[in-house]
Write a protein of this length. Structure first.
Lengths: 443, 464
């Protein structure tokens, strides 16, 4: 019994035998190779392999969960889940999803990944180090990683869902700083990933991180004013993506913590903003045919031209709020399903980043935001890392220690530009954004 | 398992470290009467580290057969060998040190397994109910119990052969009170290395619920503190937070090499001569410290490491690798959270040693200041020892007497400056950081504490 889905089906039967009414079993089998970079040198390289099974047992609307990576402990796991279910309080919303017919996505598994060895991964990491060394002696790759993930996910439940699929993913990122005498530049961070071995290219992100670090050398004090800010995709992630994900998470709606709990159909952002979460995006980092509960992934518009169209649901929240399940159950086989995005994107605008900058008389470009952004109040304040002053429509000079502050809910509504260029930040794909009326303070 | 690992180790070429680790963990959490999680997790596997040509390689496997573990050894060696060609910095050799052999077990009269899942779940539900019914002002509650039970076998080719049994339960209560649109939070928690009764030896769960409620409700009535530089008395909980977060991380040898503020300062005065700060594997003064570690994950027997001795910086915290680099003895601080993690430098139980003053005496000696208790609302500290912590409970001290409660207090400063300002150290002792985890890429159970002490910090006042 080597196939993951058969292991899951067996655990389902055993859990039923131990007295569960409904049962869900989720399995993940993953092989990982990680080569880490630290301070311009290779760090310890790692090879890992694990199969994890998690079972949710239901008994009269009560639920218990147990998981293990130990094939000799499956029986104990099934028994634990049933014991916990029977000791738990009932909750009417404890139900499992039913089977829906849907196609499997293609392109998330590359058989060539199986032949990828640790030597190949080390070669890629060394390439990143070599690129940085050849660009400029002042550069330091303070941190970085090249990793390979090859795995299979399987889900079976007592409502007839039975799905399995394999995937491969190559992930690489670089954190670069530049040191010139006593001066240390801003740290810049860049990330990319691909599903296919032949599409691996560590050069663009390594170069971009290094160029940004070098570009911020010589940064001097900025100026204080209230005005326009261009956010890089990295900074947009810190300030807006996490804010939108928090408000759109149905769990936070249910807890009464989402500011948008009563805002479905109303305007929450500038009409330039359309936010999509597409679990079937070709070559997406978060692409998969089905979610953590076996519900098919689909393309969902969370915000269409500024209007809030949907929350992200799993079965529990959809039931509790009387809304449609959107297939956003997320998490590993180690824990009960939570809620999370798959491939979150802000759709590109029509104008280039250069055009957005060209209209600014006085502004600041922020490549990274370091500070506080409160998801409940929307208030943010922090340091514009890798900041540049924009004067008369062009980037004039790097600035340091500049503070930006404002309210993200308001900034999202009043923003005046979305670039046509986009970059990948983990599983998010984001454009450059132009904000209005931000308080900018020279530090 | 010990024989199996020793057999594999005997046949391995070069230096190899094998760590078998089975973890059984349980988590139960309830929020507002609704069960958020009740789960068990069993993780079993072997983590292998190999040293080839002066470079480490790491592999982990869940295949616990001789073939499966031997394959992981080959993978770790292969990873090391391949990296060695490209890696610049090499390890000359690992320092010789007394490696652990034999049995090491957590001591308790009341093992966690003597209490059923049903009993633990019922306790969490009952305490959550108690919080919500304690006062009309309580609008939200959250109670959680979790436990880790570990069995490890550590074998190295240079002589470690240890079998380790450990158990670490913890319990947390949170209450939110509301009145006229104003909200305040109260919390209490406990965590130990030991059994079920040991977890509640200090305070029964009901007392923890009542304390969380009282803190939440009382704060609604309290005024916000004003910002100022003030004389304060820190309780053992805050002394622990300061020792761990703001001082401890800056003496982790890997961070020292990364440029932490303590770099190059061994032998120099960094604190008041009343301050002796240690990090200990075994519990000291009071048993059941949550960070108890008898043998570290490199098989090094732990002891008490004196970091600051009467104000003088004496030692960093080391793994075998960093000890080799600095030319000192390893301190037994290499820890791995799960079988698939490689050992890195972590703290255990970090504390300031008790002094000679009675707590009453110290309070009575303050003309104007604050009595501050416990960490609340989070905080942060950097490798330059700059910190900012939220305080859970704060009272004014006026003319040597504890006065009214104030809310919204944060403390900040440079931790070494604060330690230089220490002018009285209590003769009491308590652990105070047992619940929760320390994060550094991977998690670790740690504890921290000390006596009460008097010092000067910057008080942050009202924060919206």
């Amino acid at each position: 019994m080597n196939k993951l889905i058969d292991l899951c089906a067996d655990a389902l039967d055993r859990t039923k035998q131990k007295g569960a009414g409904e049962v869900e079993v989720y399995g993940e089998s993953m092989r990982t190779i990680t080569v880490a970079i630290e301070k311009n040198d290779l760090q310890v390289s790692r090879a890992q392999k694990e199969t994890m099974i998690g079972v949710r047992a239901f008994s009269e609307k009560r639920v218990g969960f147990a998981s293990t990576n130990d094939p000799t402990a499956i029986d104990e796991m099934c028994a634990d889940a049933v014991i916990l279910a029977k000791a738990s309080p009932t909750d009417e919303n404890n139900v499992l999803p039913c089977r829906e017919v849907s196609d499997y996505v293609s392109g998330i598994y590359d058989p060539a990944a199986q032949d990828f060895r640790i030597e190949d991964a080390i070669e890629q990491a060394v390439r990143m180090l070599d690129i940085a060394r050849s660009m400029d002696k002042r550069l330091i790759l303070g941190n970085g990683e090249f990793s390979v993930h090859i795995g299979t996910r399987a889900l079976v439940n007592s409502n007839g869902i039975s799905s399995e699929e394999s995937e491969s993913l190559f992930v690489y990122y670089a954190l670069a700083t530049a040191r010139d005498g006593d001066e240390v530049s801003n740290m810049d961070y860049q990330f990319d990933a691909t599903r296919r071995a032949e599409a691996i290219d560590v050069e663009p992100i390594t170069r971009r991180a290094c160029e940004n670090a070098l570009g911020s050398l010589g940064a001097k004090k900025g100026i204080s004013f209230n005005g326009q800010v261009i956010l890089s995709p990295n900074a947009a992630q810190s300030l807006f993506a996490s804010l939108i994900l928090f408000q759109a998470n149905a769990k936070n709606v249910l807890r009464g913590m989402s500011r948008w709990k009563d805002a479905l159909g109303s305007t929450v952002a500038s009409d330039l903003i359309t936010v999509v979460d597409d679990g079937r995006l070709p070559n997406g980092v978060g692409t998969a045919s089905f979610d953590r509960e076996g519900v098919p992934h689909k393309r969902l518009e969370l915000i269409t031209s500024g209007r809030l169209m949907s929350f992200m649901h799993n079965t529990y929240t959809a039931m509790a709020l009387g809304m449609e399940n959107t297939g956003h159950a997320a998490g590993s086989a180690r824990s009960v399903p939570g809620i999370g995005p798959s491939n979150f994107e802000i759709l590109p605008g029509e104008r280039s980043k250069g055009e957005l900058i060209a209209e600014i008389d006085q502004g600041v470009l922020v490549t990274r935001f370091s500070g506080r952004a409160d998801p409940v109040s929307g208030d943010f304040s922090g340091v514009a890392k890798g900041g540049y002053l924009i004067e008369n429509g062009r980037i004039s000079r790097p600035i340091r220690g500049t503070l930006i502050a404002g309210n993200a809910f308001e900034a999202l509504k009043s923003l005046s530009g979305v670039s046509s260029e986009r970059e990948r930040v983990f599983s998010l794909t984001l454009p450059y954004l132009r904000l209005e009326g931000i308080s900018i303070t020279a530090g | 398992m010990l024989q199996l690992l020793q057999g594999i180790s005997a046949r391995a070429s070069g230096w190899v470290e094998l760590r078998y680790h089975v973890r059984r963990s349980k988590r139960i959490s309830v929020r507002n009467g609704r069960l958020e999680e009740s789960s068990t997790l069993r993780l079993a596997g072997v983590g292998v580290r190999a040293l080839v040509d002066g470079v480490f390689g790491f592999a982990s496997t869940t295949d616990l057969s001789e073939r499966g573990i031997s394959q992981a050894v080959s993978e770790a060696q292969g990873a090391a060998r391949t990296s060695a060609g490209a890696k610049r910095e090499k390890i000359a050799s690992l320092p010789k040190v007394a490696l652990a052999c034999g049995e090491y077990s957590v001591q308790t009269d009341d093992p966690l397994d003597d209490h059923s899942l049903t009993e633990k779940l019922a306790l969490v539900m009952r305490i959550d109910e108690r919080v919500r019914s304690a006062s009309k002002a309580i609008v939200s509650s959250s109670v959680a119990y979790s436990e880790l039970q570990d069995e490890k076998v550590i074998v190295t080719t240079d002589g470690a052969a240890a079998h380790i049994i450990d158990a670490k339960p913890d319990f947390r209560v949170l209450a939110v009170a509301q009145q006229d649109g104003d909200q305040a939070m109260g919390m209490d928690s406990a965590g130990v290395s030991g059994g079920y009764a040991d977890l509640f030896a200090e305070r029964a769960p009901e007392e923890m619920a009542d304390k969380a409620v009282r803190l939440a409700v009382d704060q609604l009535r309290a005024e916000y503190a004003a910002g100022e530089v003030a004389t304060v008395i820190l309780d053992p909980g805050l002394v622990g937070v300061l020792s761990h977060e703001a001082i401890g991380h800056t003496v982790e040898a890997d961070l020292v090499r990364g440029g932490a503020i303590t770099s190059g300062k061994i032998g120099t005065s960094v604190a008041s001569d009343l301050v002796t700060l240690c990090d200990s594997g075994p519990s000291t003064f009071i048993p059941y410290a949550a960070g108890e570690l008898l043998v570290d994950d490199e098989g090094v027997k732990t002891g008490r490491t004196v970091i600051i001795d009467h104000g003088i910086l004496r030692s960093y915290l080391h793994s075998r690798e960093s000890a080799a680099h600095f030319g000192v003895e390893p301190t037994g601080n290499a820890r791995a959270f799960e079988y698939s993690d490689e050992p890195i430098i972590r703290m255990r139980n970090t504390y300031i040693e008790p002094g000679t003053s009675s707590v009453e005496e110290i309070i009575a000696s303050v003309k104007r200041g604050y009595y501050l208790q416990g960490l609340g609302g989070g905080g942060q500290a950097d490798s330059n020892a700059e910190f900012m912590f939220g305080v859970r409970e704060a009272h004014e001290i006026v003319d040597g007497k504890i006065g009214k409660m104030v809310r919204g207090v944060t403390i900040s400063g440079n931790a070494f400056e604060v330690l230089k300002s220490v002018d009285a150290v209590g003769n009491d002792f308590a652990w105070g950081l047992g619940a929760g985890h320390c994060g550094k890429g991977q998690l670790a159970k740690v504890d921290a504490g000390g006596p009460h002490l008097r010092c000067i910090v910057t008080i942050g006042g009202r924060q919206e």
